[in-house]
Write a protein that binds this ligand. Structure first.
Ligand code: SAM
Ligand code: SF4
Ligand code: F3S
Length: 442
């Protein structure tokens, strides 16, 4: 059997990792990947449920697929990811065009489910939480991402239950993959060209497998010849432990950007959100990092207009942003999610929330512009990841994850090159290569 599959991915980096792993699996039963809708005989949509309209976005996308295939044979339509988990068999009832619905902790069953469907033409929904079997299964199939910068999921799920968030319901309880299973996958990635590994988890710094913590894992990864850079995301302030902070003292491969979502600058709001940390604790963590290395920078996530947020709370958020000078941060207006504690709380007036978001984003963007401008004429280490889309230049990232575009060719891919920055805008730096460099920790 040879089938061509088109895979579309919404949502976070864990979904990107999952989409690639799903493909690694279904390749075994004859699937080839295509980037062209029209030539696909199977359409897989990996969905995200984090904010408003997530569900509608999925049905809208299926509407588009229906149109494309109006005069052709109907493709096999598979919905996976967090909307699949949250909506489960409802999806099959609402949209008969969907054939299979598979939740994030059931991907080990995808091959059998597809084969079963092809044989019996029955619609199937699987949404059990079984991460142990999933990762056991996936660890037997090679991770063939083949990218210079590769994602590697080490932890899934969440037990923290922030009142605004669907993740504990869509990904299930916190689970850490076995230490050796992760190391084996990392070795394979490096043997196949990965120079950077980004360790992923909804609470990545809660990683703990038989007392092996994230810090132990990073130190073990550092020993891999050929691996140049290590990152991890997303962390929770509550799990930012001394052992993890301290490895920044001697790590040679850990990058100096810490993504640590704070959500709000107000203790009152943090408590209403059930965040389990205070601003004081957050600033203490920030100061500890800065004492170890003043070049370490922070990025964050913010939720604006959480129910109960008044002018004073909002000012606290602005003050925190001014205090920390975050780079590359994300900010969104609170979106009530069905099934969460905050789902039915009284909303902040929409116009006020929009104004506050604008203010926060202007401030965050200003910081980013300032930071990027300050890098002009500086020499930076850039890991070249790929050719640009038009294939005329190359694209890479600084130690702080900022995108850099420079002249170069295929032979630069996978190398850390020193780049003189000539120009910048908010999201991208433009420069020219000076020579290949030996990376130093910032
Ligand atoms: N585990 C991470 C943490 O605790 O910070 C965050 C994971 S979540 C997938 C990514 C981000 O989505 C959150 O940091 C939050 O800012 C945002 N988010 C989650 N639920 C949201 C909601 N209901 N409305 C708006 N933003 C939300
Ligand atoms: Fe969601 Fe992160 Fe809170 Fe867990 S810790 S509930 S993933 S925001
Ligand atoms: Fe979205 Fe699920 Fe990730 S809700 S952000 S795809 S964990």
């Amino acid at each position: 059997m040879i089938e061509k599959i088109f895979i579309k991915t919404f949502g976070c980096q864990m979904n990107e990792y999952d989409s690639n792993r799903i493909f690694d699996s279904i390749k075994k039963i004859g699937f080839q990947r295509t980037e062209k809708y029209e030539e696909a005989s199977c359409y897989l949509l990996n969905t995200c449920h984090i904010r408003d309209k997530a569900k509608e976005k999925v049905y809208h996308e299926i509407g588009r697929v229906k149109k494309i295939f109006r005069y052709k044979k109907k493709p096999l339509v598979i919905i996976v990811g967090c909307v699949a988990q949250a909506e489960n068999e409802e999806m099959l009832k609402r949209e008969p065009y969907i054939d299979l619905v598979i939740g994030p902790q059931s991907y080990h069953k995808i091959n059998d489910t597809i084969l079963n469907h092809i044989k019996k033409k029955k619609k199937i929904e699987i949404t059990e939480f079984d991460p142990i079997s999933k990762f056991k299964y996936l660890s037997k199939i090679k991770n063939n991402a083949g990218k210079v910068s590769s994602f590697l999921t080490i932890q899934e799920g969440c037990d923290k239950f922030c009142h605004f968030c669907v993740v504990p319901y869509t990904r299930g309880p916190e689970y850490s993959r076995p230490f050796n299973q992760v190391l084996d996958e990392a070795k394979y990635l490096v043997d196949n060209g990965a120079k950077e590994i980004i360790l992923l988890g909804q609470n990545v710094n809660a990683y703990n497998d038989e007392n092996n913590k994230l810090s132990d894992l990073i130190l073990e990864l550092e020993k891999l010849n050929g691996l140049e850079r290590v990152r991890y995301t997303t962390s929770h302030p509550k799990d930012m432990t001394e052992d993890l902070i301290n490895i920044y003292k001697y790590s040679k491969k850990l990058m100096p950007l810490v993504h640590l979502p704070v959500q709000s600058g107000s203790n009152k709001i943090l408590e209403l959100m059930n965040r389990k940390h205070t601003i004081d604790k957050y600033i203490k963590i920030f100061n500890k990092f800065k004492e170890i290395n003043s070049k370490i920078e922070f990025s964050s996530d913010f939720i604006i207009g959480y129910p109960g947020e008044d002018e004073k709370d909002f000012k606290d958020t602005i003050n925190l942003i001014n205090r920390i000078d975050f780079i590359n941060s994300y900010s969104f207006i609170f979106s009530p999610r069905p099934g969460t504690v905050a789902a039915d709380l009284k909303l902040v007036d929409k116009k006020i929330s929009i104004k506050r978001l604008e203010k926060v984003q202007n401030l965050l963007f200003e910081n980013q512009m300032k930071m990027n401008k300050s890098l002009e004429n500086k020499h930076l280490n850039v890991l070249v990841e790929n050719l640009t889309e038009d294939r005329t230049q190359v694209f890479g990232r600084t130690e702080y994850m900022t995108s850099v575009i420079l002249d170069g060719n295929k032979s630069d891919i996978g190398k850390i090159v020193q780049v003189k920055i000539k120009q910048s805008n908010r999201s991208t730096l433009f420069g020219e290569k000076i020579n290949n460099s030996n990376q130093k920790v910032a």
